[in-house]
Design a protein around this ligand. Structure first.
Ligand SMILES: [Zn+2]
Length: 427
């Protein structure tokens, strides 16, 4: 017994909204009433608790659960034990951050300022805390996976995804942030020191494993990339059944680079023709590969007669390499055609990495830090269009959040003790 490796204890903290600290203090003296309150809160969320795999208790606490009070950093905390599997849940009131002396109001202000792109140092000044405390706070939220949090909000795993890498710097080294986006939501934000196919496969594989743990039959049906070799090959390795498309806007932006030495106005004119070609193809209900190939050939011929055979040939080669990926986008209406929302996510994340570059060091907890930033991106309301005013990315994509307060949602959703509830409770 003494020789066996100690299993890592699962974090079963649950953050519970008691509305007012005084409510919590009142309930402090009455264990039965306390358990009733927690019970009602769980029902209102429709969440299940992460019991042990062997539990026969139905995933919920009962009124007969055991409970005990402990002192934690000057505050009295209740622990509730499932009578069936003996799993112990630590109940954290909403006005306390797990293991942190920072008050949630302070955390709320500095996280919002961070999300807005203000430097780490200035965010820390706002909250009278140290920049390192803020860094660690973001990392703490990032210990819960994006897949875990998003599925708790009832979002289905994405069947069509955008995948691309943000380039960044860690001190003087180039680093890459492999990213998966669906609509307004980041599903993966990884960190890689190399841009090899193996490194990207490793990073995107973290998302795949989390998704399969949630839903063993999960499959990606289609992925849009910008056509970068390592990305394409990592998608092929991880999601062999998926259709791979190449971003059309990326294609448009790439064309001028194929025409080096040609005057800007002529390049612009040829780009417009290419744009019109792709636009017409997108509007057609059905498009055969032959038709796209034919149009691309004509386009390359026109380039050859306008600016010379050498340019025509270069563009012809490029079309040849990319056309299958473009065709995939044009042929499948569910496929995203452009990676615009992914670029927007990258721009938002890039500002924060720049603001935090002093903490972006080789021995830092990049994975947790980036995941923490991604939670902020998904859960903080944004106001780009009036239709979505006050909503966060998760809600725009059709997900449910526990409360109308993003900070409370962040605390509740990143609590380790909750798990996805496939069906609404039948009480
Ligand atoms: Zn149990």
């Amino acid at each position: 017994m003494g020789q066996s490796a100690k299993p890592t204890r699962q974090n079963r903290t649950i953050t519970v909204d008691f509305q007012e600290p005084s409510t919590y203090l009142q309930l402090m003296n009455d264990g039965k009433a306390f358990v009733e309150f927690v019970f009602a809160f769980l029902l209102s969320l429709g969440f299940q608790l992460a019991h042990k795999a062997t539990c026969t208790g139905g995933g919920c606490l009962t009124r007969h659960s055991h409970y005990a009070r402990i002192r934690l950093g000057g505050l009295t905390i209740w622990r509730i034990q499932c009578t069936s599997c003996k799993a112990v849940f630590t109940v954290l009131p909403h006005f306390v951050l797990r293991y942190r002396s920072m008050r949630p109001e302070v955390a709320r202000d500095v996280l919002l300022a961070t999300h807005g792109g203000l430097s780490l140092e200035l965010c820390a000044v706002i909250g009278h805390i140290s920049p390192m405390a803020l860094y660690r706070l973001v990392c703490a939220f990032g210990h819960q996976s994006l897949v875990g949090v998003l599925t708790r909000c009832g979002l289905p795993l994405p069947t069509y995804i955008l995948a691309d890498e943000q380039h960044s710097r860690c001190l003087t080294e180039r680093v890459y942030l492999p990213t998966i986006v669906r609509g307004r939501v980041l599903w993966h934000l990884g960190y890689s020191a190399s841009k090899s196919a193996a490194a990207f496969t490793e990073s995107y594989g973290v998302f795949q494993r989390a998704a399969l743990a949630h839903e063993p039959s999960y499959q990606v049906r289609g992925a849009l990339t910008d056509g970068f070799d390592s990305t394409v090959s990592s998608m092929r390795t991880l999601f062999p059944g998926a259709r791979l498309g190449f971003c059309l806007r990326h294609a448009l932006n790439k064309l001028p680079a194929k025409l080096i030495g040609v005057s800007a106005s002529v390049r612009q004119g040829l780009r417009s023709q290419f744009h019109a070609l792709l636009h017409r193809c997108r509007q057609r209900k059905s498009l055969r590969v032959v038709a796209l190939g034919q149009r691309l050939r004509h386009c390359a011929d026109r380039i050859a007669t306008t600016v010379g055979e050498a340019h025509g040939e270069r563009v012809r080669q490029w079309f040849q390499n990319k056309k299958a990926g473009w065709y995939t986008v044009l042929a499948a209406p569910q496929m995203p055609a452009m990676s615009t929302v992914l670029d927007q996510a990258h721009n938002a994340i890039d500002r924060k990495l720049f603001a935090m570059k002093g903490f972006h060091h080789p021995s830092g907890s990049q994975a947790a830090f980036l995941t923490g930033l991604a939670h902020l991106y998904n859960l903080i309301p944004y106001q780009r269009r009036a239709k979505n005013a006050g909503l966060c990315g998760v809600q725009v994509e059709g997900g449910r959040v526990p409360t109308s307060d993003w900070m409370l949602n962040l605390q509740i959703l990143t609590s380790g003790g909750y798990q996805y509830a496939p069906d609404p409770p039948n009480h």
